[in-house]
Ligand binder design. Structure first.
Ligand code: ATP
Length: 297
């Protein structure tokens, strides 16, 4: 099985702040970091580090940021298909983290939004039935819709993480197999919270819905019902990338055992995400290949 992650690859500028600023406020930041980010790149890196053959397909600018993104991805055990977007700047996220687990993130999506399904299709030529197509909310709506149609035509399994969320994503749900989302996204797409949201989303189409609840853990929704899976209690310093770690490790845990997403997959995911939240930054916070191999053994 191979995962095709089609999404964004961005630069994350991380700033460490004492507390998150209010409207109109100017505050000072401590030492931060600049590293690879973007939900597409994040999810692909963790899938690949966890041992699943992974192709990342993302739009990229023709600027110095693009060279840095290429360099970081070259060091990861994945296949990177970075498609140049004429006239666009490589996407950038500004992340403020308060050192106690809270953060705010602002992201540009010029390259992600300019990526077309036609540009992506040649890189899906070898995709086989049962392969995963992993999508997030950064691409344009028509591109997302066309890619999901392509996945269905190829009998791939569609994994969707509607982040950042848009109301229009509700129309895509009948074509999605596995939906991962957090509480905010579940509220936007279903108008409900918690287990009720999971049940409503299951009725909309996906056979598996995973709702993450930060330090409260996650809810797993399948035809068998909705069940909670706790988080691992740790002293969190920076939650950036927790959801991406959780989703990717859940997918690989299930794939390794030849099952659908089950409670064991979410327990593995919670252990991996607990590593991410105890480290600052994005790429540098993700569990290493060795850590994931030990965790999933
Ligand atoms: P982000 O956007 O920050 O990457 P998210 O909102 O997509 O995250 P969360 O629901 O915050 O995702 O977290 C995903 C998983 O990570 C949780 O289900 C939990 O297992 C783990 N996690 C998140 N925060 C904590 C925490 N403070 N302590 C322990 N585990 C955590």
């Amino acid at each position: 099985m191979r995962a095709y992650v089609i999404g964004n690859a961005a630069i994350d500028e991380n700033f460490r702040v004492e507390r998150l600023p209010g409207e109109g406020e100017s505050i000072l930041a401590g030492k931060g970091s600049v590293e690879l980010g973007g939900k597409g790149a994040n999810q692909a890196v963790v899938l690949a580090r966890a041992g699943l053959p992974t192709t990342l397909i993302a739009g990229i600018g023709s600027d110095t940021r693009a060279e840095r993104v290429r360099g970081w991805l070259a060091a990861e055990p994945l296949e990177a298909r970075l498609l140049p977007i004429a006239g666009a700047s490589t996407d950038l996220s500004i992340i403020l983290a308060d050192g106690e687990g809270a953060n705010v993130i602002v992201t540009t999506v010029d390259c992600a939004r300019a990526l077309t399904a036609d540009a992506v299709l040649p890189d899906l030529a070898a995709a086989a039935p049962g392969d995963l197509m992993v999508l997030q909310g950064n691409l344009g709506l028509s591109t997302t819709r066309a890619l999901i149609a392509e996945a269905r035509a190829r009998a791939m399994r569609v994994v969707f993480n509607p982040s950042p969320v848009r109301d229009a994503f509700a129309d895509l749900l009948p074509q999605v197999d596995t939906l991962f989302l957090n509480q905010h996204e579940a509220g936007v797409l279903s108008g409900r919270e918690g287990a009720e949201a999971v049940r409503a989303l299951l009725r909309a189409g996906p056979s598996t819905v995973v709702l993450t609840l930060g330090r409260e853990g996650a809810l797993l929704g399948t035809a068998g019902g909705v069940r909670p899976v706790p988080a691992v209690a740790v002293a969190a310093t920076d939650s950036t990338g927790a959801g991406d770690t959780f989703q990717s490790v859940a997918l690989v845990s299930a794939a390794r055992r030849g099952t659908g997403i089950d409670a064991a997959a979410l327990r593995d995911a919670a252990r991996a995400a607990a590593i991410t939240v105890t480290r600052r930054g994005t790429l540098s916070a993700f569990p290493t290949q060795a850590e994931l191999e030990a965790l999933l053994a």
